[in-house]
Design a protein around this ligand. Structure first.
Ligand SMILES: CC(C)(COP(=O)(O)OP(=O)(O)OC[C@H]1O[C@@H](n2cnc3c(N)ncnc32)[C@H](O)[C@@H]1OP(=O)(O)O)[C@@H](O)C(=O)NCCC(=O)NCCS
Length: 149
């Protein structure tokens, strides 16, 4: 069964905190940080979840409401047991559908092959590299997507 992609609601908060922790470990957002993301929904955040009866993935976008034509993908993750089954792609499709006419930027660890593969598959291109950005010799790659004209 393919999950439904829908906007996050406050009741999703515990599931998002848990999945974020599983996905990002020490870099996970705290409950306070996630609550702050929800508080910003009316302002400049879009949070989409993949729902299979439970939350199995999410994507968080920063969509400035004024002036800027640039959207940022802040976070995307899929529950470990269901990675590689297309859910990340479903989330990214839904996210980019909301980005018509805008440029989309994101930052990713250079060694994160699954994420870089996902982004490249959607036409994201590397526009810069920050050497040693994450420490431990890990570079950050900045990628950009533009809707084809
Ligand atoms: C990155 C992530 C969200 C991808 O989600 P996913 O559901 O596994 O991705 P999908 O199954 O939809 O795959 C979509 C595409 O991504 C790429 N991809 C997925 N897994 C990959 C892997 N292990 N290696 C290389 N490319 C991969 C492929 O291009 C794939 O397309 P294909 O299936 O046609 O080959 C998931 O691996 C994840 O949650 N990782 C941990 C969190 C994270 O690192 N997030 C990104 C940093 S913010």
């Amino acid at each position: 069964m393919r999950p439904a992609i829908r906007a996050a609601v406050t009741d999703d908060l515990p599931a998002l905190v848990a999945l974020d922790s599983l996905s990002f470990g020490s870099q996970a957002w705290s409950t306070v940080a996630w609550t702050d993301e929800f508080d910003r929904l009316a302002e400049d955040r879009v949070i989409l979840v993949a729902d299979e009866g439970s939350v199995v993935g999410y994507v968080v976008l920063l969509v400035p409401s004024v002036a800027l034509d640039v959207v940022e993908v802040l976070r995307i993750a899929v529950t470990p047991a269901e990675r590689g089954t297309g859910i990340g792609g479903q989330l990214m499709t839904a996210a980019l559908a909301r980005c018509a006419g805008r440029t989309v930027l994101l930052e990713v660890a250079a060694s994160n092959e699954s994420a870089v593969g996902l982004y490249r598959g959607f036409g994201f291109e590397q526009i810069s590299r920050r050497r040693g950005y994450y420490g431990g010799g890990e570079d950050a790659v900045i990628m950009r997507w533009r809707e084809e004209q």
